[in-house]
Design a protein around this ligand. Structure first.
Ligand SMILES: N[C@@H](CCC(=O)N[C@@H](CS)C(=O)NCC(=O)O)C(=O)O
Length: 216
């Protein structure tokens, strides 16, 4: 069975959980607590498995894969149905551009170790740290909102009427923004799409609150 090293609140792991559920793939969650005792992701046992020291990490048979986008592409190529990438080549690029705008532009600037570095090494106070988070999150979400409004390619989901890797990345980022109390009112198109996603069982089953390692 597929094994997923995950943390309930990790948005990168949340992406992979959505894809696994969407594709109907059974998997075992192996919890990595990112905060306990300084972070289990930094312990030598985990680093031997994944030297990048981040979740998610997926094991499928003989393969061990780090980086959520690489995992998502692996799942798509290995278990193509139901698809999370459209058939048309330009549409595939469009979906990937949205997924990467989230995974490569917003998320890395707001990741735990970056926020910890700002606070603990650079001595930035809590207010400035939150300002940093809000700034990069809003910059990224605004760009996506404009892109979706202007291009006219969105339907129920970021592209048309079926979910894609764009939605798989959007929902966890939205959850994260809510956790950090970002005002999401300026992004009505994104809000509508997120609500449509959350109505699907695969997205609902991947949510942080219902993971085996979520606090009761
Ligand atoms: N680009 C990576 C990001 C992975 C990542 O940053 N994971 C976070 C949780 S969302 C993590 O493990 N953080 C641990 C830390 O910052 O020490 C991916 O997409 O998988």
């Amino acid at each position: 069975m597929i094994k997923l090293y995950s943390y309930f609140r990790s948005s990168a792991a949340y992406r992979v959980r959505i894809a696994l559920h969407y594709k109907g793939l059974a998997f075992q969650t192996l919890a990595v607590h990112l905060l306990k005792e300084g972070g289990e992701q930094k312990k030598s046992e985990y680093l031997q498995l994944n030297p990048q020291g981040l979740v998610p990490y997926l094991i499928d048979g003989e393969y061990g894969i780090s980086q959520s986008l690489a995992i998502l592409e692996y799942l798509e190529e290995t278990y193509p149905q139901p698809a999370l990438l459209p058939k048309n080549v330009a549409d595939r690029a469009y979906v990937r551009s949205i997924a990467q705008a989230i995974a490569c532009e917003i998320h890395p600037l707001n990741n735990l170790r970056v926020l910890d570095y700002l606070k603990n090494t650079l001595g930035v106070d809590e207010q400035a740290k939150n300002h940093w988070y809000h700034h990069w999150c809003k910059t990224g979400l605004q760009a996506l909102e404009s892109q979706l409004q202007q291009r006219g390619k969105a339907g129920l989901f970021c592209l048309g009427q079926t979910p894609s890797l764009a939605d798989v990345c959007l929902v966890p980022q939205w959850f994260n923004a809510q956790r950090f109390e970002v005002d999401l009112a300026p992004y009505p198109k994104l809000a509508e799409i997120v609500n449509n996603c959350l109505a699907l069982e695969s997205f609902a089953r991947a949510a942080p609150a219902v993971q085996p390692d979520a606090p009761i």
